[in-house]
Design a protein around this ligand. Sequence first.
Ligand SMILES: [Zn+2]
Length: 488
Amino acid sequence: MKKVILFAVAVVAVTGSVMIYRAATHFAASQPEPVMHRDGTIALDEDAAVQRFARALTFPTVSHDDRSRFDAEAFRAFHAYLQSAFPLVHEQASRTVVNGYSLVYRLEGSDPSLPPVLFMSHMDVVPVEENTREEWTHPPFAGVVEDGNVWGRGSLDDKIGVIALLEAMERRLAEGWRPQRPIYLAFGHDEEVGGMEGAQRVAEYFANQGVRFDFVLDEGGALTQGLLQDIGQPLAVIGISEKGYVNLVLTVNAPGGHSSQPPAQTALGILARAIVKVEESPFPARLDNLLPTLEAVGFAMPFSKRLALSNLWLLSPLVERSLLADKDAAAGIRTTTAATMASGSPKSNILPTRATAVVNFRILPGETVESVQQRVVDLIGDERVGVRAEYGIDPSPVSPTDSRGYRIVAGSIRALAPDALVAPYMVRGGTDARYFYELSPNVYRFLAVRIDADTMRQVHGIDEHVAIDDYLMAVRYYYSVMGQAAEP
Ligand SMILES: [Zn+2]
């Protein structure tokens, strides 16, 4: 007996010291080297640049779910405005209009054998709900500059990207810049409704010419505050992957009839059981898409967190459980399930002949639209329930963090925001960048603006605005990245 106890004590002691040792040594304090392009000090007429940006917000280039409401005139006027505001870009880069409204610019490189780099953003914005118009501090399409801020729809998502990119290129051209590598800009016109008419067609346009990019940079990451509970300083997250998306339409057909002589189960009852089964068996949690983020910033976390994260061989169930308790964190480690729409009979005393529901899934990289659909069919296990995939997009591949592109983006962020930590992460929403994986393995998402819980609400909400300092930071960021990107 004594031997057994001694042995148990020894095991606990060894395991304990291994865990503590791992916690102490696992997370090296490694952050990317700050790198600014050597001519990184940018001579910018700040007031004029801010006015050019504010003016861009006055064009109502709105994307509606109902595509018949598309305002072609607003986009044409916006294109003309870009031409007048950024004359050097329009003089020295070639401009192609893709599918009527998306724009592609190409600036030649002195060494055309080098693979080009692509910078992306989108010109469209989400609508302003009529009943919220009154609540805006400044009208959403007035382009007001006040109190150190630029106000309006698109000031964060994502005209800031379009205008900051053009401003950065215009400044460089004014300085007589000649890139060695060809540089492309691409601005889609329907990102907010899926990008099928814009970015997807732009990607086809490149594919048809056999263009392959050294790297692609889009929106989708930002300088966040409070994103990870245990990280006090600002955290710059660079998107290296994004979740997929699918709506599964569940359908049950039945004979119908009058509700006074119902069967034991109506079509709606059968459907409801199916939804319950799907909800009650959420997708399994997986830490693999979160680990790159934690690996990059783990050293800055409290010891208790490091202890758990560096000993996942033993503690991953515990870590998963604590993350799943928070719905934001949960979305980072599992394919999410959300039943969103349902319909049955049109009248209270008629049995439904058809009941339908929509369940929306956001798919973790590593799974597919098909594997999600198969799992749902198996879970329901009822042939009376049809399961059809509608509007499905597979999750993206995961881009590497040791590429030239990642280093340039990360290094530029570190130079501009020395107080910030930089980490790769998985984007939960969708971006136009998803269409570009055939054209480059190195697809990144980062726009240099500060985002916190308040600003997150303004994106797609009321009072969207950005600090002038943040806008200027975005210009400097693109200026730096563009200069480094254009080198061999
Ligand atoms: Zn956007």
